[in-house]
Design a protein around this ligand. Structure first.
Ligand code: GLU
Length: 306
């Protein structure tokens, strides 16, 4: 495993085209694109890393996997009255489908869907409590109390978040929200701004590769059926309108973030986190996808066969 990921990290370092860092969140535009990290966490407790796996980055939309998990724990199947389970085929921040579909987002991983999920996590309008719960959940999963929100990134998102605010107010106009729009947006922007290393992220995702059980602690985070379903949503919706391409090239459930991270799950085998800040035109990590494609080819771990 170490030889495989060392070779991948070397190849990525030599790649001439590293993509473009996200610029619509000014704080993300400042990140050096010449960084790459990969970590692989196995159910037996071993973790392998290459590149700058100790550098924290903004997990952005990867946080949506964990807020979905929390919301499922709170509301169970009822959450499917708030969001759908179909790929959108549209960009991550698209508003067009919302009007046709009466304010119910297609899935929990597009921005509108994740904003709706944030609403379900908040109780008594307190975004602080919801955020504390989300951060605590990440710390518990990764077994690492140093995980925290990057408040500079959060402020940057709040200041430039007009599109997300539009999505939220539009959904609220259908009467779907339980909480004030401000509190929902605040929760959403801040959970996207959680900073983690690939090593922490790979560990946090391991329950999804292990039938819902965190092997480090033995705790059942979700049932095996729920883990399977979260993986299915990651495969079909985890890369926005690039989800089909990611399935075609990598063949693993995965969730990307505009910070350049991707969490990929090889069910029964491993949780893999990669990070490279440069994005492709759709907004998914360019080298992160290339690295995972190489990884899936070398290990034969694609869910579609080797
Ligand atoms: N916080 C980002 C946004 O709302 C998340 C997008 C992403 O990571 O894909 O635009």
């Amino acid at each position: 495993m170490q030889a495989i990921i060392d070779e991948i990290a070397q190849k990525m370092a030599a790649s001439p085209d590293k993509g473009k860092v996200a610029s619509y969140i000014p704080q993300l535009a400042r990140v050096d694109p010449n960084q790459f990290a990969i970590s692989v966490a196995l159910p037996n407790g071993e973790t392998y890393s290459a590149g700058c796996a100790q550098t924290s980055f903004s997990i952005q939309s990867i946080s949506k996997v964990f807020t979905l998990t929390l919301a499922l724990g709170k509301l169970g199947e009822h959450i499917w009255t708030r969001v759908g389970r179909e790929p959108s085929g549209d960009p991550f921040n698209s508003i067009v489908q919302l009007e046709h579909e009466h304010g119910k987002p297609r899935n929990p991983f597009i921005n509108a869907g994740a904003i709706a999920i944030a609403d379900t996590i908040i109780q008594s309008s307190q975004s602080e409590e919801a955020l504390a719960e989300i951060v605590q959940f990440m710390r518990f999963l990764a077994d690492d109390d140093s995980i925290a929100i990057d408040y500079k990134v959060a402020r940057s998102e709040v200041e430039t978040g007009n599109r997300n605010a539009s999505l939220a107010y539009f959904m609220a106009s259908f009467g779907h929200f339980n909480n004030p729009v401000d509190a929902v947006l605040r929760t959403y922007f801040h959970h996207c701004s959680i900073a983690m290393t690939t090593q922490q992220l790979a560990k946090a995702g391991l329950f999804l590769a292990n039938d819902g059980i965190n092997p480090a602690t033995g705790y059942a985070i979700v049932t095996p059926q729920r883990a399977k379903r979260i993986n299915a949503l990651m495969l079909t919706c985890g890369h926005y309108d690039g989800s089909g391409e990611f399935a075609f090239r990598v063949g693993l459930p995965g969730k990307s973030g505009v910070g350049g991270g991707i969490l990929a799950i090889a069910p029964g085998k491993a949780s893999i986190a990669v990070w490279s800040p440069g994005l492709d035109v759709i907004g998914n990590s360019k080298l992160g996808t290339e690295a995972l494609e190489l990884f899936a080819n070398k290990t034969g771990w694609s869910v579609f066969g080797s």
